[in-house]
Design a protein around this ligand. Structure first.
Ligand code: GLA
Length: 709
């Protein structure tokens, strides 16, 4: 990582105490930046690592680290393809207990500047970093690679990386861990609008092999970006040494997205949020605290119990059917009824996914009195009303497309349809105004509606924008994200009391950047509870359960009590034909709602404790997790048996409770009311005093722990 003529760095320029870990940079006598400390002690002494190993910080192409893929690659206005940065100055701005640190660098030859910016959040231990590039060259420069962070690590031979997702629709959050071997591994996504259907923009790196919940080094990294993302892990062996050096690069995916930057303008990369923790449990504690503190809207507001009609009706419903479902939603004790796709379209009615998108007037054949009648029906039964929209999209068979065929994202070729629809181009001002007006009109036309599910059901496949000059078409990938976020911000600002759910063909847009304007996300269209246990397990590493919508459906034809228990471990709701349920099933639903009422504050705002993993280890047929109150006086634990037991049931070890305190435990599998299991101390429970309760495939046990006797 060093070249022989490098002078040792001696001038410390950046020491970030990120809250339990840190990062230190120093400059050498040529003003080149080196990383001299990173890790749990990274903000301690100035030079913690072996002084022969002081990798360059954020290497640029043509800089002092010429044999590695760079984090920054720029063609300058007069054609030079190399960049060599030198320290200019460091600025530190105090923000309460935190800091914004800016390391400003300049190219040693050309009038280009790169600022490395770091924002601490010490209460959480998550560090946000991004870079800003500007210049006064004689013409535009082209940015080919522009990673937001590029830390270097010494890792052991057992180092592993875990990625999430990969196989597209209905496969969000699939867990893949693999050992790092020498070479460059790229984990990226494309498609712009819903890239996370390919791969979530988060990554877990365990430099010394798989960690445990409470032990082992874990580096967690999230690219807070609503577009294409890229992680690159460049691993090199070291001579006569078992360790390897690793450069992790993370940021927007620059593939097909080189950015042409005019003099006097600033390019800001996505923010990457990351942390170094001891154990996976701490990783999640940190990301949950940061997500609540910095990302989610109204983080302390307990999310409602939602009944959605999508899987029970799809596009086929009328007012009577919806009012019937609203009745039942109120009857089982839900808080809110959410009317999904299919309620709109007049000259091109939305009877399936081939028509109507873009025409946001209620279909009077289905809803003769429009949406207000449904808002009233819900209010009359004491529950709230929510509505589905997809403001960024259009079916060619729609009045909108007939009036504005030029509004869609396309290059000069015929655009490809995906789910029979096209995406509107948010770089056009009139499109942004239209998208804002969709939500304004829908909410204005149905006063009292207090929840919106915002969907986006296709990726970008024909990149091009009439808003951009011919030599700037590639900037669209980045510009679209900012334009879409502007629309989201206008809508969130315009309707501060309305809760927003983020959805894109399921969990296709679940990133910490876009989520800033939302209260929660639709985790996946895959609602098979067996799959959901694993998805929610993985997703819960990064996001608190308050944001992770989980609805009871019939997917997979699993037993209803099991499906309810799985949904209760996330933000609970139903997407079931409640009108078609028999009395016994309704009783299960009511019991589940009663559990939700008693436990949703713990699930949504408590501390997640993972107990038995369904994604790694020897037996992946079981899962258990819990949520504890901040004062540890209450907890809820969910145990799931996913398939026929293949091994003897484990003792249930519940750490994290107060060892001195006596807890009364009530348990239910939702086929009957909770049964009293007696009292146990926190120490007993941590020692495995409770046995494994679920019996047989797809059964569950919910344990409620209280200190009241
Ligand atoms: C997407 C969403 C579903 C549903 C449909 C409606 O697939 O993920 O929940 O809203 O769109 O078309």
């Amino acid at each position: 990582m060093t070249t022989p003529d490098d002078a040792p760095p001696d001038q410390e320029v950046l020491r970030i105490d990120a809250g339990g870990w840190g990062w230190t940079w120093a400059a050498d006598s040529d003003g080149r930046l080196h990383q001299v400390g990173l890790g749990l002690d990274g903000a301690g002494a100035a030079v913690e690592v072996d002084p022969v190993w002081y990798p360059h910080a954020h290497p640029a192409w043509g800089g002092p680290d010429p044999f590695r893929p760079p984090a920054l690659r720029i063609t300058h206005a007069e054609g030079t393809t190399t960049t060599r940065l030198r320290l200019d100055r460091v600025e530190r701005q105090a923000l309460g207990d935190d800091e914004l640190v800016t390391v400003r660098t300049v190219d040693e030859l050309l009038a280009l500047r790169v600022a490395f910016r770091s924002r601490t959040h010490r209460y959480s231990g998550v560090l946000e970093q991004w870079i800003e590039i500007d210049h006064d060259e004689d013409g535009p420069v082209t940015l080919w690679d522009y990673d937001s962070i590029a830390p270097a690590f010494l890792v052991g031979p057992e180092a592993v990386v875990t990625q999430f997702g990969g196989a597209g629709w209905a496969d969000e959050w699939a867990w893949t861990t693999e050992r790092l071997t020498p070479g460059t591994k790229v984990l990226d996504s494309l498609g712009g609008i819903q890239p996370h259907l390919q791969r979530s923009p988060v990554l877990m790196l365990e430099p010394n092999g798989p960690a445990e919940e409470a032990a082992g080094d874990v580096i967690g990294c999230s690219i807070a970006w609503g577009g294409n993302t890229r992680f690159a892990l460049d691993v090199r062996p070291r001579a006569n040494d078992e360790t390897r050096d690793l450069r992790l690069r993370a940021g927007a995916n620059p593939l097909g997205a080189h950015y042409v930057l005019d003099p006097g303008t600033t390019f800001v990369t996505p923010t990457v949020a990351w942390t170094w923790s001891t154990g996976r449990g701490e990783l999640s504690d940190r990301f949950h605290r940061w997500t609540r503190g910095r990302v989610l809207r109204d983080p302390d507001r307990t999310r409602p119990i939602v009944v959605n009609n999508w899987e029970s009706t799809f596009f086929d419903f009328d007012e009577q059917r919806i009012v019937g479902l609203i009745d039942r939603a109120a009857d089982v004790g839900a808080d809110l009824f959410l009317l999904d796709d299919g309620w709109f379209g007049t000259s091109s009615p939305r009877d399936d996914d081939t028509a109507g998108l873009g025409d946001w007037d209620p279909d009077r054949r289905k809803l003769p009195e429009g949406l207000p009648a449904l808002v009233d029906a819900a209010a009359g039964r004491g529950i709230r009303f929510g509505i589905w929209v997809e403001p960024e999209m259009v079916n060619p068979d729609s009045d909108l497309f007939r009036a504005h065929p030029d509004w869609v994202i396309r290059d000069r070729r015929e655009p490809r349809e995906h789910r029979n629809q096209l995406a509107l181009d948010p770089l056009l001002e009139e499109v942004r105004d239209f998208e804002v007006s969709v939500v304004d009109r829908v909410l204005g036309g149905a006063p009292g509606t207090s929840y919106v599910k915002w969907d986006a059901n296709r990726p970008v496949t024909d990149p091009g924008s009439s808003a951009l000059a011919a030599d700037r078409q590639s900037t669209a990938w980045v510009d679209w994200v900012h334009a879409t976020w502007e629309v989201m911000q206008r809508i969130a600002d315009g309707h501060p009391e309305v809760e927003l759910m983020l959805c894109a063909s399921g969990g296709g847009r679940t990133d910490h950047g876009t989520l800033r304007w939302f209260h929660e996300f639709w985790t996946s269209d895959n609602t098979d509870p067996v799959t959901r246990v694993r998805m929610q397990w993985a997703c819960g590493h990064w996001f608190p359960a308050s944001a992770m919508a989980a609805h009871v459906t019939q997917w997979g034809d699993r037993p209803l009590p099991f499906a309810c228990a799985v949904a209760l471990s996330g933000r609970f709701g139903f997407d079931l034909d409640l009108e078609a349920l028999d009395d016994e099933s309704l009783a299960v639903c009511r019991r589940a709602v009663a559990v939700a009422r008693r436990t949703q504050d713990l699930v949504q705002h408590g501390r997640l404790v993972r107990l038995v993993s369904p994604v790694d280890g020897d037996d992946r047929g079981r899962a258990a997790l819990g949520y504890t109150a901040p004062d540890r006086n209450r907890a809820v634990v969910f145990c799931f048996q996913l398939d026929e037991p293949s091994s003897d049931p484990p003792a249930l070890v519940i750490p994290g409770l107060d060892p001195e305190v006596t807890y009364r435990i009530r348990a239910t599998d939702l086929t009957s009311d909770p049964a009293d299991l007696g009292t146990f101390t926190g120490a007993d429970l941590a020692a495995g005093a409770l046995g494994w309760r679920p019996r047989g495939s797809t059964t569950a046990s919910i344990l409620e722990l209280t200190t009241s006797v």
